[in-house]
Design a protein around this ligand. Sequence first.
Ligand SMILES: CC(C)(COP(=O)(O)OP(=O)(O)OC[C@H]1O[C@@H](n2cnc3c(N)ncnc32)[C@H](O)[C@@H]1OP(=O)(O)O)[C@@H](O)C(=O)NCCC(=O)NCCS
Length: 337
Amino acid sequence: MTFAAKITGTGSAFPPHRVTNADLSRELARLGVETNDRWIRERTGIRERRYADLTKEQRPNAALAADAAIKALEMAGRSAQDIDQIIIATCTPDALISSAACWVQHKIGATRAWAMDINAACSGFVYGLVTATQFIASGQSRTILVVGSEVIHPYLDWEDRGSCILFGDGAGAAVVEQVPADSEHRILSWHLSSDGKYWDLLYVPPFHQGKLDFLNHTSCQDSKMIMNGREIFKVAVRTLTDFALLALDSQSLTVEDVDWFVPHQANKRILEAVAQRLGFPSDRVLINVDRYGNTSAATIPTVLDEAVREGRIQKGQLLLLDAFGAGFTYGAMLIRW
Ligand SMILES: CC(C)(COP(=O)(O)OP(=O)(O)OC[C@H]1O[C@@H](n2cnc3c(N)ncnc32)[C@H](O)[C@@H]1OP(=O)(O)O)[C@@H](O)C(=O)NCCC(=O)NCCS
């Protein structure tokens, strides 16, 4: 490879509307669905999440993505005109056409960029970052904006108390730039994988299911998420552990070499189980699931941005990103900051 890729700026954006476990329990009770703050905190570690106001923006997901992107560009010291390529990872786009990436391109004025969405559910940001790394390594692009962005709450089934308490809306962005291949500070390695046999552990039913009819004006279903939480828990703990070890082995590194473990934020108990299996002390694991819930493709870039802005992540430190998501999709990356 001729070039390497480096993250030069990060940003995040959350809707202002904070929904605590108590708020959610109260609203769900009106539907006859019983839950409470204590159960949610003990079983998931989540205290609150944010929900976008669907009436305020024409494209609430893309609006969050644009906000996060602008902050990442500011940190990188770049303008929208510097961007060659935009990749938005989302499984909850505001519309199927046009893409969230084209909307963001227009909103931030990145007129030179070409733009596309990708969907790898909760692994989306890692998939996006790997894609960006390839375009940079080949010399095709020098500056790429990668965003993980979700407005997921409209897809929740409020009558399924096992899933609807878990998720929240948000967006996180990174500016990725070309550096010499032998640069010390760069994305070191990546591993991606998918396993479609687990499709039914977490999915939204096909839009047209049972409604295929050309002349009768087939309309899209109002689809809600279906999830098998208990099975996901087991698969998540196993695969997050396996992918972390794969990433480390590939570079002849160990857990001791890693300064920050940056896992997908699905459930605090999953993170604790994985950290314990790998031998990571809790003070080296980045966590924001307590305040935002599972924001799918946005969890890794937002928790990363938080730690960068707080000065916890320092130049020269080693980061291990580790994701799993519906599909199932998996991905791990090592980054020398
Ligand atoms: C969903 C999840 C929180 C459930 O936690 P759990 O400890 O596995 O709980 P279980 O599903 O075994 O349910 C235990 C009990 O709590 C109840 N329960 C489930 N949700 C509840 C809620 N919100 N409030 C109160 N009780 C609840 C169940 O009905 C069950 O009751 P029962 O024993 O009387 O049948 C957990 O399995 C999980 O986080 N899985 C991973 C999901 C995930 O990460 N999805 C996104 C992937 S990217």
